[in-house]
Design a binder for this molecule. Structure first.
Ligand SMILES: C[S@@+](CC[C@H](N)C(=O)[O-])C[C@H]1O[C@@H](n2cnc3c(N)ncnc32)[C@H](O)[C@@H]1O
Length: 324
């Protein structure tokens, strides 16, 4: 890098290359044989590229066809039993008990297909997570209880504190199992000592606090908004940044990352972008088509273009604003 007289930095051609290499990591191309994941052939419609498989189908029946211990990472963002409109499928069970029992069945199937060193992250509504936490704590092992926190200045309740977080449970097979945790790939800015330029006198000799740290278990990521480039027409789309952290931390390039409730296929999109292999399942055809485009499998299906045309998610008001 060279400096000119008024103190401004001028980038030389070599510097530009350096910057680009640092910010756009290129992963080696992965060519994966998806058939080896299954013990019986898929009857559901599916399409694939070298590193991404999208399946239009019911997740439990697809999971049952998958081999034991065949995937390294699972991110499962199932319906929350809160009445969201997922088009052709309902997000409302007859009772909380029925919903919890259903969750247990897919959790068990996921844990069967997870490798012995794998991790699963799953989400549900705050009011349901405690039941599932007890279940997986007894049967498997809880590695971390994560809170995804976000702000919202939109529809606000006047009768209760706003509901501004969603829980994520990170689990693995058992306490003794080793697991991947690439802490160096997910470092964030340290906002305490380093920002205030404090010296850590516990070190000998004393040193400035490090400027980066491993994230804690409260994750602040904005929800996906209409104006954001990543926005897709799905009512509960999760942020790419959240999945980027999960995929980088808990898998290595070339590993298989499964999302049995893919929605807009955020997990697979990030898996592919980060040099992993994405497998996604959703029973809604519109979401499956988003997945085909978003993971680079296809630009059209049955002669229909899969180009992105944004529509707003919902105008529905929260139950507090509706006065329920
Ligand atoms: C909470 S959303 C997932 C959102 C996703 N994480 C994203 O970033 O877009 C749950 C999805 O599960 C799908 N779904 C519900 N029941 C299913 C089932 N039995 N099998 C497969 N998909 C299902 C719904 O169509 C919905 O898209």
């Amino acid at each position: 890098m060279s400096m000119i007289s008024d103190g401004q930095m001028v980038l030389t051609f070599d510097d530009v290359l350096e910057v680009e290499e640092a910010s756009f990591k290129v992963y080696p191309e992965v060519v994966f044989d998806f058939d080896k994941l299954f013990s019986e052939p898929l009857t559901e419609e599916n399409m694939r590229s070298n590193n991404s498989l999208a399946i239009l189908g019911e997740s439990l029946s697809v999971l049952k066809k998958m081999k034991d211990k065949s995937v390294q990472l699972i991110f499962a963002d199932a319906p929350y039993n809160i009445g969201k409109d997922f088009g052709n499928n309902s997000d409302k069970w007859e009772s909380v008990h029925a919903y919890i029992e259903w969750c247990k069945t897919w959790i068990d199937e996921c844990m069967r297909v997870l490798s012995d060193t794998g991790s699963m992250y799953f989400m549900t509504a705050t009011q349901h997570m405690s039941y599932l936490d007890v279940y997986v704590s007894e049967k498997y092992n809880v590695l971390c209880r994560i809170i995804w926190a976000y702000d919202s200045s939109g529809v606000q309740s006047k009768k209760m504190y706003g509901s501004l977080y969603e829980p994520i449970l990170m689990i693995n097979k058992n306490k003794k199992a080793s697991y991947i945790f690439n802490h160096e790939d997910i470092l964030v800015e340290a906002k305490t000592g380093a920002k205030r330029k404090l010296i850590d006198y516990r070190k000998n000799p004393p040193q400035p606090y490090s400027t980066e740290k491993v994230p804690g278990n409260v994750w602040n990521f904005s929800r996906v908004r209409f104006k954001m480039d990543e926005y897709e027409n799905h009512p509960t789309q999760k942020p790419e940044a959240l999945l980027e952290r999960v995929v980088k931390a808990s898998s290595n390039p070339g590993d298989v990352v499964l999302d049995p409730f893919s929605g807009s296929f955020t997990t697979s999109a990030m898996a592919v972008r980060l040099g992993r292999v994405g497998v996604g399942i959703d029973l809604n055809e519109e979401y499956y088509e988003i997945g085909l485009r978003r993971t680079g499998i296809a630009t059209e299906r049955n002669g229909k273009s899969l180009e992105k045309v944004k529509t707003r998610k919902t105008n529905a008001k929260s139950k507090y604003v509706r006065g329920e």
